[in-house]
Design a protein. Structure first.
Length: 128
């Protein structure tokens, strides 16, 4: 299980990034006291995004994090209403998916369900 991903943002970008990840279903949580002045943490279902505050952040041009969102169409619309531009991509495994950049420039893949999900669901139903 992946516990967290840590991405770099400037202190000025942090509030916008926090709001962006909230649209994806993440909620702010308190980092340990020694880290509170240099990071913001968000969590959803035990997985966290750590926003590391730095004056010169690096956002890889193609590297990305991928998030399975609860209600894909609702999240896409909420992102658009907030001024973001999700771009639809091919449904390689049958799942709607898109890429969008957070306010710090990090690339985020959004998907309705992960690869293999439908096959596992069919298998579970067949074994009942």
């Amino acid at each position: 299980m992946l516990h967290h991903v840590a991405i770099e943002v400037t202190p000025e970008q942090a509030p916008g990034c926090r709001d962006f990840y909230r649209l994806l279903g993440f909620a702010p949580v308190q980092p340990p006291p020694p880290l509170r002045d240099r990071a913001l943490w968000l969590e959803r279902d035990g997985t966290q995004v750590h926003l590391l505050l730095t004056p010169e952040p690096v956002a890889p041009p193609e590297g990305h994090l991928a998030v399975v969102v609860e209600d894909y169409q609702r999240v896409i619309e909420a992102l658009r209403q907030a001024g973001h531009s999700p771009q639809a991509r091919a449904e390689h495994w049958g799942s709607p998916r898109a890429f969008v950049r957070d306010p710090a420039g990090h690339r985020v893949e959004l998907m309705a369900f992960p690869p293999g999900h439908r096959e596992r669901l069919r298998s579970a139903i067949a074994s009942d």
